[in-house]
Design a protein around this ligand. Structure first.
Ligand SMILES: [Zn+2]
Length: 261
């Protein structure tokens, strides 16, 4: 068993090109496992290659709603890749309206919704959880998940990555068999404390989203999976719970969510 689990990183990102081997070595030395997340065809394929080559590395595959030039979801490509043994989730996928200009809203909403539904269907048919990215679109994501829940039941499940919403919104996801994950933002912003305290421990996952948002005391640097320790510390502190209890739970929750044995 690893000591820490980073449920969402991008070690496949170009920002690790110069020292990816060293980054992976540091993870090994610090006993950190991670789900490396794809954002398009190439990044998904790279995540799978990394997973096959390294113990403790797993892959999520999918097309990011906005951070990609791929307009259409290549269903056959992702369907085939989803069969690889170390693929543990479909994503990151979801809805992101944060950078869409008002006049393009409707058209973009349509495109992203169709894209997200394709991921959802692939996740259910592959019996894998979803890794969801959502910004300024929680009512729409919840509505889609709700309507599909009736159809798919337990097979529809997953994680809302980089969660930044209220306890009320979190509860809606918990009721739909979704977990939420938090990043290093917890080490320097107090906006999410209420949600972190409210959530049942078994519904929380630790993540870094590396190379983005390094936690304190590494702010401003490139983030990397070993810094997930700071996220776990922050969760324990905010919840006023024993570090060891939270550390163990973050590992067990990830292993259970991604069906890693
Ligand atoms: Zn990400």
């Amino acid at each position: 068993m690893p000591k820490f689990f980073d449920s969402h990183s991008h070690v496949n990102d170009t920002r690790f090109d110069l020292d990816r081997a060293e980054t992976l070595l540091r993870m090994k030395e610090n006993s950190v496992w991670s789900v490396v997340v794809g954002t398009d065809k190439k990044m998904s394929e790279d995540a799978v290659v990394l997973a096959h080559k390294n113990e403790g590395i797993f892959a999520a595959i999918g097309l990011h709603p906005t951070d990609s030039d791929e307009e259409l979801f290549d269903e056959n490509f992702y369907k085939k890749l989803a069969k690889e043994s170390k693929v543990v989730a479909i994503g990151e996928c979801g809805l992101d309206y944060s950078r869409v200009p008002e006049e393009k809203r409707e058209e973009e909403k349509k495109r992203q919704t169709a894209l997200f539904e394709k991921h959802l269907n692939l996740a259910v048919s592959s019996n894998l959880p979803l890794m969801i990215h959502c910004r300024d679109a929680h009512p729409d994501i919840l509505e889609i998940l709700h309507s599909k829940k009736h159809e798919f039941g337990e097979k529809l499940r997953g994680n809302i990555h980089f969660f930044s919403e209220s306890p009320e919104t979190a509860k809606k996801y918990f009721d739909l068999d979704f977990t939420i994950s938090f990043t290093g933002v917890l080490t320097f912003a107090r906006n999410y404390d209420e949600t972190v305290r409210y959530a049942p421990l078994e519904k929380l996952l630790s993540e870094t989203d590396a190379p983005y948002v390094a936690p304190a005391p590494y702010r401003g640097k490139r983030n990397e999976p070993i810094y997930v320790e700071e996220v776990v510390k922050a969760i324990a502190q905010i919840r006023n719970q024993d570090f060891e209890t939270v550390r163990e739970a973050m590992v067990q929750n990830a292993l259970r969510s991604f069906s890693i044995s």
